[in-house]
Design a protein around this ligand. Structure first.
Ligand code: 2PG
Ligand code: MG
Length: 429
């Protein structure tokens, strides 16, 4: 019997940061090592994402996961029993085969990703290594450049503003800890500025300040002021990253900006965002166009992609084939990596490998519905992705990940390095 053989798998229902049910998996190995992981959940999901299986009905708004948990405890537990946790690729292939659907709709991507991640955690525990080192070996030593939300909007703030995430990133920081120091001051300054102007109205889904602004652009102005108030130079030290999440308000080449009372076609949407890029210290824009607007993505990337990072989230849904296709079209230059968009770690890693092949950058990302699970901080370092997006600088489901990356930086000590500005994607001309 092998030490890393799976002896027992157990699924249970736990609760996420929105107070919704989610799937947790425990994996016990013959050696006695245990791994645990919890599935996150999105609110602004891409149509190409693997299915987050919910019970429907009236309980908990239809969000219950008794079926997905049942799949972990029955079909999945039986199928992976005695498999080798150290062979993640074989394990994930088994999960994919067992589900048997392209969208993971039979067993649920929430059931699958909880097990896939828990198996990796168990294998790392059996090797007596932290997950990042188990995944990446001794060369896993790069701390990610963080993208941290200051204002939350879109689907995470009842569409109070159209743009979903107003974030900062710290290209001028010397290390990960300093990037967090700077962000903490910007977050505090932004809150104080909003309180002064009477615009402080609580926090959005991911802990960013609730955006009580009159226009989308006002949020950009407020963000620049907050960076300055925190004593940092906008652009060089602390820069802006946006997640437009345009699939939420754009379809078929028409974009409806509710707050700005504007209806834009693709060309004017590209022009609007390119104007912001000229006037504000923006270094990264995610989902600038909707997931179905491939031509728009290509046009936007042609216009600004040599200067800023253009990230595909709903557009690429962590899928290797979509990354390759986007690269052929010159659409985007960075892929957002969300393990639950695919349902297995291996497929998510394949998207990152495809990105590296085609010269795209990558960002490991949390979801708006999160928990204390810190697996993604380890993925960012272990896979050497170079960027990490977790939400804001408040609320423990977010801070758990930032704090875990801090511990990793401390453990790596002088062997570690900070990805910094070099991690940002840029298209080659
Ligand atoms: C996104 C994420 C995180 P959600 O769009 O990038 O901000 O949101 O998890 O709701 O898809
Ligand atoms: Mg997004």
């Amino acid at each position: 019997m092998k030490e890393t053989e799976i002896a027992y798998v157990h699924g249970r229902r736990v609760w996420d940061s929105r107070g919704r049910p989610t799937v947790e998996a425990d994996v016990l190995l013959e050696s006695g090592a245990v791994g645990r992981a919890i599935a996150p959940a999105g609110a602004s999901t891409g149509t190409g994402e693997a299915l987050d299986l919910r019970d429907g009905g009236t309980a908990f708004g239809g969000y219950d996961v008794t079926r997905a948990v049942g799949h972990v405890n029955n079909d999945i537990a039986r199928a992976v029993l005695h498999m080798d946790a150290a062979d993640q690729a074989a394990l994930d292939a088994k999960l994919i085969e067992l589900d048997g659907t392209p969208s993971k709709s039979r067993l649920g991507a929430n059931a699958l990703i909880a097990v896939s991640m828990a198996v990796a955690q168990a294998a790392a525990a059996a090797a007596a290594e932290p997950l990042y080192r188990y995944l990446g070996g001794p060369s896993a030593s790069t701390l990610p450049l963080p993208q941290i939300q200051i204002f939350g909007g879109g689907a995470h703030a009842a569409r109070r503003v159209d743009i979903q995430d107003f974030m900062v990133t710290c290209p001028g920081a010397q290390n990960f800890a300093q990037a967090l120091n700077w962000t903490a001051e910007v977050y505090r300054a932004a809150g104080a500025l909003m309180a002064e102007s009477g615009a402080l109205a609580g926090v959005a889904d991911e802990g960013g300040w609730w955006p009580a602004f009159d226009s989308n652009e006002q949020a950009l102005e407020a963000l620049v002021r907050a960076i300055e108030k925190a004593g940092r130079r906008p652009g060089t030290e602390v820069a802006i990253a946006l997640d437009v999440a345009a699939s939420q308000f754009g379809h078929g080449g028409t974009y409806t900006l509710g707050l700005d009372k504007k209806e834009l076609d693709t060309e004017s949407m590209v022009a609007l965002l390119a104007g912001w890029v000229r006037r504000y210290p923006i270094v990264s824009i995610e989902d600038p166009l909707s997931e179905d607007d491939h031509a728009g993505f290509a046009a936007f990337t042609a216009e600004v992609g040599s200067r800023i990072q253009v990230v595909g989230d709903d557009f690429l849904v962590s899928e290797a084939s979509r990354v390759r296709e986007a690269a052929l079209r010159g659409a985007a230059n960075c892929v957002l990596l969300k393990p639950n968009q695919r349902g297995t770690l291996t497929e998510t890693l394949n998207a990152w490998k495809a990105a590296q092949d085609v010269g795209f950058a990558g960002i490991v990302s949390a979801r708006s519905g999160e928990t204390e699970d810190t697996t993604i901080a380890h993925l960012a370092v272990g896979w050497g992705v170079g960027q990490l997006k977790v939400g804001s600088f408040a609320r423990s489901e977010r801070m758990a990940k930032w704090n875990e990356a801090l511990r990793i930086e401390e453990a790596l000590s002088v062997r570690g390095s900070f990805a910094g500005a070099a991690a940002l994607g840029r298209s080659k001309r």
